[in-house]
Design a binder for this molecule. Structure first.
Ligand code: ATP
Ligand code: MG
Length: 564
């Protein structure tokens, strides 16, 4: 971990979870050890909200010399897939964390959970209900008055046991029966009104194959899985606060001894101008609105990675966002700020011209070339320098030229001087235009006395990036913008979130001119295109067909764009 950009442990005040853990540890609880876990359901790709939870769980373990498990809570085979497992495993690793032992799966505990279910049946604390799901759900009623007890609630234990075994054996149709915990149909906590523990699903599981046709519910699985793993701090998001009494109830019936995982809830972190629900992200992928889960506009970890974000920048973001009990939407610009913060230190500078216009230096001989030396990273002297070939014909950015420029325009304009980065001061003498009046060539003269680094270089207000027409190579550049125009696209009750898509969220610029050294850029390599922003070679990029994704601009211009 690059400690320079992440606050040193101890340099900030403790968050409420750390405070709690420190109090417990100093009181000698948990035998002095901290065991946490990150428990995704493998039904989608991880997003930036999950990343904050990963940093929190692994970070706590790191900070207190403990361990963190990676466990898949894979209780719903109809929505789960190996593809999701693989992506989640690689995302967690990419973020820079290593879990304790092997990857774990709640499905590893199916046999134990089943045995516990039989134990609850034998103790008269669970029963098989033959009613359809809608009836069961209706009987739960409303929190203010007691629900209706199932006619099967007082089935003898022996009958329940035999039915439950037959459920497992595959004798019954999906949905025809469930196993329910016998708790309290009058509880003000609806989750305690005889919750379903098992349902029949004749669906193969991506890990257990066709071994099971009954599957435990998430609520019957999660707490016991934490218990089986010796988790000390079971950190989850706020919506699980009401589930806590149920998790405790199961463990009070089943656990031996006093040890219980301690559940601590914190608020979800959402991002402005993004949707975070897996259902919505999946629909963007399925409908082809984006180019897969790793589209650089997606708030997924894989999307951020493909866009060029570094693990360090995401960890810095998580640190800055912190943990709280109140749900907030974090501004997207904070995430972008964190990206710039790290990329500024590590990204080599290169020159790329996205919208090239030809410049001819009239007093520079046609066959003459020379090498000029430029810094690879002014923030990092160890990054060294590189040589660029300077010649009579160059390209500069079209928007860096204005024939008739206002006073404050310090780029190239008629009769004015400007420096070409690392090379000479040039002066625009005249332009050539096509029939539409569009500038095709800018003719300049170069002042030989002003070569950079010679000591007698005069100062001029503007410095432009350029590439040499002789050796520039072509690249495709993808300029991404936020996927949504609305700050909270999912927050409109009567409007579909897709109504708020930003139709300009991707602009593909073909045939950009970039310096020749970029020919060796490999997918995932990150650069600062000078004066333009940070860019990352796309996974599809090859030496013969370079493709770069814009990670983020050099400055936060979004706020201004919105105002326009
Ligand atoms: P689902 O609706 O499928 O349950 P989920 O976003 O809760 O979606 P999980 O795979 O259950 O996905 O999440 C794994 C962990 O990440 C959980 O502990 C969850 O609380 C946490 N988490 C999910 N979303 C956020 C978020 N936006 N901010 C912080 N933590 C989150
Ligand atoms: Mg969840």
């Amino acid at each position: 971990m690059d400690s320079r950009i992440v606050d040193e442990p101890g340099s900030r005040s403790l968050n409420f979870i750390e405070q709690m853990v420190e109090e417990e540890l100093s009181a000698g609880m948990h035998g002095g050890k901290v065991v946490t876990r990150f428990p995704p359901e493998p039904n989608g790709y991880l997003h930036i909200g999950h990343a904050t939870s990963i940093c929190l769980n692994f970070g706590l373990a790191e900070r207190y010399g403990g361990v963190c498990n990676l466990r898949f809570d894979d209780t719903n085979p109809s929505k789960e897939d190996q593809e999701y497992i693989d992506s989640i495993v690689s995302d967690v690793r990419w973020l820079g964390f290593e879990w304790d032992g092997a990857v774990r799966y709640a499905s590893d505990y199916f046999e134990q959970l089943y045995a516990w279910a039989e134990q609850l049946i034998a103790a008269g604390k669970a029963y098989v209900d033959d009613q359809p799901a809608e009836v069961i759900s209706a009987q739960r009623g409303v929190p203010t008055s007691a629900g209706v007890e199932s006619p099967f609630r007082d089935r003898p234990a022996s009958e329940n046991l035999s039915l439950f075994r037959r459920m497992r054996a595959g004798e019954f149709a999906a949905g025809s029966r469930v196993l329910r915990a016998k708790i309290d149909m009058a509880s003000p906590n609806m989750l305690l009104r005889d919750p379903i523990m098992y349902r029949i699903m004749h669906v193969p599981h991506y890990r257990t194959g066709s071994q099971w046709c009954i599957y435990p519910m998430y609520d019957y699985t999660h707490g016991q899985s934490d218990y089986l793993e010796g988790v000390t701090h079971s950190i989850c998001t706020l919506e699980f606060e009401v589930h806590r009494p149920l998790y405790n109830w199961f463990l009070d019936q089943l656990a031996e001894g006093d040890y219980r995982p301690r559940q601590i809830e914190f608020a979800r972190r959402n991002l402005s101008y993004a949707v975070m629900s897996k259902r919505m992200l999946l629909s963007l992928v399925r409908e082809g609105v984006v180019d897969g889960w790793d589209d650089p506009r997606m708030p997924t970890i894989s999307g951020l990675r493909r866009a060029g974000y570094t693990p360090e920048s995401i960890r810095l973001f998580a640190e800055k966002v912190g943990v709280a009990r109140r749900e907030i939407a974090v501004d997207m610009s904070l995430l972008e700020f964190c990206a710039r913060e790290h990329l500024n230190r590590i990204a080599p500078r290169v020159m790329a011209v996205l919208d090239p216009v030809r410049v001819v230096l009239e007093n520079y001989a046609e066959d003459r070339t020379e090498w000029v030396e430029v810094e690879n990273n002014p923030e990092d002297a160890s990054a060294g320098t590189r040589r660029l070939l300077f010649s009579r014909e160059l390209y500069i950015e079209r928007e860096d030229f204005m024939e008739d420029a206002p006073k404050k325009f310090f780029r190239m304009s008629a009769g004015k001087e400007v420096r070409l980065k690392g090379a000479y001061i040039v002066k625009c003498e005249r332009v050539e235009k096509d029939e539409q009046g569009r500038v095709t060539t800018i003719f300049c003269t170069v002042d030989e006395e002003t070569r950079s680094g010679t000591g007698n270089d005069r100062k001029v207000k503007g410095t432009l990036h350029w590439v040499s027409a002789r050796d520039a190579i072509e690249a495709e550049v993808r300029l991404y913008d936020r996927l949504f125009k609305d700050e909270d696209p999912a927050g409109h009750k009567d409007a579909d979130f897709k109504q708020f898509l930003n139709e300009d969220s991707l602009r593909v610029v073909k045939r950009c001119k970039v310096e020749p050294g970029l020919a060796t850029a490999r997918p995932g390599d990150r650069f600062q295109f000078q004066r333009l922003g940070y860019f990352c070679a796309d996974k599809s990029s090859t030496a013969g067909a370079l493709v770069f994704n814009r990670t983020v601009g050099l400055k936060d211009t979004w706020t201004k764009q919105l105002a326009r």
